[in-house]
Design a protein around this ligand. Structure first.
Ligand code: 5GP
Ligand code: MN
Length: 315
């Protein structure tokens, strides 16, 4: 796929969907496409269906138009899937995908299994938003689209820090900055700022974290009781695994939070040696080489031991 425009020919209705627990890249990419269609294709009705998004992203244009993915099974001419590597992670969005006349997927997960009719998957791209930028005509980029794309790039590159950041990433970011977007505010308010309670739960997880494999693996856990105590939702736990990762001497970081009694969402991060994408895939999840995840229902200690063994094999 070289451009989004030809994909929209003859289309009247579009469902835009992403992955469960949408993050900055997913939300940015969905809203960038929504803003592009809304601005330049008045004859097309686009609808974004996503699970509830963190409030920090509410300033993006179109965020207030996002619909929950549990409505009546409407049929759309086209379903555009963004930042989602497999149909199993579409959550409630699956119904729009399955009922659509045609489906396309724009994504950068190495684990993407090409599940749509047309797949534009570039694993070496740092973010889906970077891919979306390449698919839109530059003269049709509005400030609102630029803000959405900038948010996605910032979040999936850890503010231009991860090694998925390329000179192309920086060039795109430069073009977006030239459009007058409030880039300082976007970075500060959507990436770094945490609520008091978010900081407190991060503090607790770090405080109780444990080192394994002679300090090569760090593990932090948040139980359902922790989430209740600090009155935070899973979508408020972003950043914890990254803080674990920057512990000196650590090769990999594992953050587990309890989704329901006995079940955990695992977030994995690597500092280079360990391929967490393949590790997560072996656990039924997926992601990128340096950042991946999975959902597992198993005894906590058994789970940690299993991941420990997987990491050890790669050291
Ligand atoms: P995070 O740890 O921030 O939730 O996710 C890191 C990366 O791994 C993201 O790119 C995300 O899409 C992917 N990922 C996280 N959890 C899962 C999962 O349960 N299944 C799959 N396939 N990918 C996941
Ligand atoms: Mn992404």
């Amino acid at each position: 796929m070289e451009a989004l425009a030809p994909q929209l020919e003859g289309v009247k209705t579009v469902a835009i969907v992403g992955h469960v627990r949408p993050d900055g890249d997913c939300i940015g990419a969905c809203l960038a496409v929504w803003n592009y269609i809304t601005s330049w294709y008045p004859q097309i009705v686009p609808e974004v269906h996503l699970e509830p998004i963190p409030n920090i992203f509410r300033f993006l244009k179109g965020a207030d138009q996002i619909l929950p993915p549990d409505g009546a099974a409407r049929q759309y001419d086209l379903c555009i899937v963004l930042d989602c590597g497999d149909a199993g992670r579409l959550g409630g969005g699956i119904q729009y995908f399955q009922n659509a006349g045609r489906t396309i997927c724009i994504d950068h997960h190495i684990s993407n299994d090409s599940f749509a009719d047309e797949n534009y998957v570039v694993p070496k791209a740092g973010s889906t938003c970077e891919l979306v930028f390449g698919l839109l005509e530059e003269e049709k980029l509005t400030r609102e689209i630029a803000e959405c794309i900038y948010v996605g790039i910032v979040h999936d590159t850890g503010v231009f820090q991860y090694n998925s950041t390329t000179s192309r990433t920086m060039n795109i970011a430069g073009k977006l900055m030239d459009m007058g977007i409030p880039f300082t505010r976007i970075v500060d308010e959507t990436f770094f700022t945490k609520t008091y309670n978010q900081n407190r739960i991060m503090g607790k997880v770090l405080m109780d974290s444990r080192l394994y494999l002679d300090g090569a693996l760090i593990v932090g856990v948040a139980s359902q009781a922790d989430l209740e105590r600090f009155e935070v939702l899973p979508k408020h736990l972003d950043g914890i695994v990254n803080q674990l990762r920057v512990t000196k001497g650590v090769e990999a970081a594992l953050f587990l939070y309890e989704t329901k009694p006995g079940c955990y969402k695992a977030s994995l991060r690597s500092n280079g040696k360990v391929n967490v994408a393949s590790l997560a895939a072996r656990l039924g999840g997926g992601g990128h080489v340096m950042a991946a995840g999975a959902e597992l229902c198993e005894d906590l200690e058994v789970l940690i031991e299993k991941i420990c063994q997987e990491v050890e094999q790669q050291l």
